[in-house]
Design a protein around this ligand. Structure first.
Ligand SMILES: O=P(O)(O)OC[C@H]1O[C@H](O)[C@H](O)[C@@H](O)[C@@H]1O
Length: 456
């Protein structure tokens, strides 16, 4: 990677293994447009990647080797340097603590067997879909309430007909194991809350963070649950555009220890990507810490108990995301332009809001999110259209950068509730008045859609 950067004449540290910054991907793209030919080494024998060892070859530029190694061994070593495996082991061996991990037939299965079963002593029956399959067993390896169906049913969420008592703790990973979903018994953990709770408990529960957090960060559309933790704990805080590369810069500069995105990505500065297994170990560490003097008691501290305690201290950020998938790309662009237009006059905007629902608070600030990287000074514009309300609520519109057909419009709806007697409501119900504000976007008129394709 370093070579690549030198070739491009750019001074960028890409040895950190994180996603490439735009300046590099732009250069790569430019190169693909001037490439005239490439060579294929047709007679290179296959390397059996199921066998560990070094294979030597000779090529036109001299001898070279292909080293096949077991990446789980390196990963286990790294995780052992971060977490207290002994305390997690005690938790997992407590008969009252039940656990379920769903790898959705992705690569996480290999790591789950090695870490949760072999290293930490979890029961083999705790693992669901942990054999990696090329077609993911016909499923879609996305760790969310829609696609992790089996886990969701086992955890007592959704329309489960099972009579069995759900496990205390459940988690899932996506196909390449960088994203995660965390669940408690009959309890969904939003990714925005997950990173906030990990940050609030990291110093006490995770040895790697024992000397304190350098700072925390979230992507713009992720809820502000992390902001209130940072404020109370007096931590450096960053709000960055969507995309992990922005966290990497902060981490390389020693400014950020823990970060997360609403799109089920959570991680720390141990690497420069999100890490699905790390997130599960972080949650197991918090549960182990909260239960350290409690394992022989009648009742364990549950995921839900941790949430109730957290909301009592920090308040709750009700949060939901609506996705309108595969809409006409032109219509999506027009809708976004209309939303930007609406921002030109706050009085007019607030008049429209009151006409839709008089009990929704006024917009105090409306803008397109723009980020100036504090490390390299680069500026990223048009990173989502924000409506920030006087009472701390937010409505954010963004075009997905990963959708495969047409355009996907994401709408993020968030409302802050400080009063602890009001933090236990159903989030769709609590957010219903604010969700009506989607009308501002003329969604139906532009796209023909009156309901989202997916609600998370
Ligand atoms: O643009 P979206 O479809 O919302 O996807 C956003 C996500 O894209 C990729 O998966 C990146 O690795 C994530 O860091 C980012 O959150």
């Amino acid at each position: 990677m370093n070579l690549l950067c030198q070739d491009f004449g750019i001074k960028y540290n890409m040895e950190n293994g994180g996603p490439a910054p735009e300046i590099i991907t732009d250069k790569i793209y430019a190169n693909t447009r001037i490439l005239k030919e490439y060579f294929i080494a047709e007679d290179l024998p296959d390397v059996d990647i199921s066998v560990i060892g070094l294979s030597s070859f000779s090529g036109p530029e001299g001898p070279f080797g292909v080293d096949v190694f077991d990446s789980t061994t390196d990963y286990v070593k790294l995780m052992k340097s971060i977490f207290d495996f002994g305390s997690i082991q005690k938790l997992l061996s407590c008969p009252k603590f039940t656990f379920c991990y769903d790898a959705l037939h992705g690569v996480a299965g290999i790591y789950a067997k090695r870490i949760f079963v072999e290293e930490l002593g979890a029961n083999q029956s705790s693992l669901l879909n942990c054999t990696p399959k090329e077609d993911f067993g016909g499923g879609h390896p996305d760790p969310n309430l829609t696609y992790a169906k089996e886990l969701v049913a086992r955890m007592g969420l959704g329309k489960s007909s099972s009579q069995n008592e759900p496990p205390e703790f459940g988690a899932a990973a996506d196909g390449d194991a960088d994203r995660n979903m965390i669940l408690g018994k009959r309890f969904f953990v939003t990714p925005s809350d997950s990173v906030a709770i990990i940050a609030a408990n990291a110093v006490e529960a995770i040895p790697y963070f024992a000397s304190g957090l350098k700072g925390v960060a979230r992507s713009m559309p992720t809820s502000a649950a992390l902001d209130v933790v940072a404020k109370k704990l007096n931590l450096k805080f960053f709000e960055v555009p969507t995309g992990w590369k922005f966290f990497g810069n902060l981490m390389d500069a020693g400014l950020c220890s823990i970060c997360g995105e609403e799109s089920f990505g959570t991680g720390s500065d141990h690497i420069r990507e999100k890490d699905g297994i790390w997130a599960v170990l972080a949650w197991l560490s918090i549960l182990a810490f909260k239960n350290k003097d409690n394992l022989k008691e009648q009742k364990l501290v549950t995921v839900e108990d941790i949430f109730l305690g957290h909301w009592a201290t920090y308040g709750r950020h009700y949060y939901t995301r609506y996705d309108y998938e595969n809409v006409d790309a032109g219509a999506a662009k027009e809708l976004m332009a209309h939303l930007v237009n609406l921002q030109s006059s706050l009085p007019n905007l607030n008049k429209l809001i009151k006409e839709i629902r008089s009990d929704v608070s006024e917009v105090a600030q409306a803008d397109e999110f723009e980020y100036k990287d504090p490390v390299d000074g680069s500026v990223s514009k048009h990173q989502g259209i924000r409506y920030l309300f006087v009472d701390g609520s937010r409505l954010v519109f963004r075009l997905s950068g990963t959708g495969s057909e047409g355009a996907t419009i994401r709408v993020y709806i968030e409302q802050y509730e400080k009063d602890s007697s009001n933090t236990g409501r159903d989030s769709q119900e609590a957010l219903a008045p604010l969700a009506r504000m989607i009308k501002l976007s003329k969604m139906k008129e532009f796209t023909g859609r009156s309901v989202p394709t997916v609600i998370t």
